[in-house]
Design a protein around this ligand. Structure first.
Ligand code: 13P
Length: 270
């Protein structure tokens, strides 16, 4: 079973469409210059809604090996929902991924588990892959229930999915205390969480699901800590926030992950 690693940049509310265009051109140049092999590592960008179309145009015109997606989606398909964007609208822009349940969405918007389940179903129905974000806050960590909390969040959202649906999701383990704080999980604790999530999937769905779902780590990832983290067997890539706004830094992280697959570490073909 092969899990191709993914390095996804979550731009959050940064970059208008002009800045996005400049960024994509620079990133494409940096990766080409480094002879980056996109067969070994997928690179994805998650721009704000207003920049997705600009990214699409560049990717298609220049045939770039870049995926892209959105940071949020409406649970409804069409109609009188002012300000909302549907999964079909994103899919028709060529989006492959939608981030679902990011801690910032859970905190600043009324997104509870029921709503997140509906987002996951909507994204899957539109033929895209939800990147389900889970992770404990500092309080849960202090109480020693970090793993149970993260696995519980996965369980709450995925329990009623079919095997086929579950095989199409990705999970991002993003401890809330690590997001934007400069505090990064140790490779051991990122691995422990990723393994616990994978074991949970194995207990709930068929073996193919547990073996194929990609589990990303997110939270203060930089080119200085990416190497150790990606060496962990159940960490299949990163959801990068702040460091994804700097093309040099983001390209450096992607190259570290791509190189990790060359070492015969077993990541490809695993
Ligand atoms: P930082 O990389 O800035 O910590 O953000 C992580 C994140 O929230 C990605 O979704």
């Amino acid at each position: 079973m092969t899990r191709k690693p993914l390095v996804a940049g979550n731009w959050k509310m940064n970059f208008d469409h002009l800045e996005a265009t400049y960024f994509v051109q620079k990133l494409a140049w940096l990766l080409r210059d480094a002879r980056f092999d996109a067969r070994r590592c997928e690179v994805a960008l998650m721009p704000p809604f207003t920049a997705i179309r600009s990214v699409q145009v560049l990717v298609e015109a220049d045939r770039l090996d870049l995926s892209y997606g959105a940071q949020a989606v409406s649970v409804t398909t069409q109609g009188a929902f002012t300000g909302d964007v549907s999964a079909d609208m994103l899919s028709s822009l060529g989006c492959s991924y939608v981030i679902v349940g990011h801690s910032e969405r859970r905190r600043y918007h009324p997104e509870d588990d029921a709503n997140i389940v509906d987002q996951v179903r909507g994204v899957l129905a539109a033929g895209m892959h939800p990147i389900l974000c889970v992770g404990e806050s500092f309080e849960e960590r202090r109480e020693g229930i970090a793993l149970d909390f993260a696995v519980g969040q996965v369980s709450d959202v995925t329990r009623d999915l079919s095997d086929e649906q579950a095989a199409n999701i990705l999970v991002a383990y993003e401890p809330v205390w690590a997001i934007g704080s400069g505090l990064v999980a140790t490779p051991d604790s990122a691995q422990e969480a990723a393994r616990a999530i994978r074991e949970h999937l194995r207990g709930t769905f068929d073996d193919h699901v547990a073996a194929s779902v990609r589990i990303l780590y997110g939270g203060s990832v930089t080119s200085r800590n990416a190497r150790e983290l990606i060496d962990e067997p159940d960490v299949d890539g990163f959801l990068v926030g702040g460091a994804s706004l700097d093309a040099d830094e983001f390209a450096a992280i992607a190259r570290i992950v791509e190189k990790s697959t060359r070492k015969g570490s077993g990541r490809t073909g695993r």
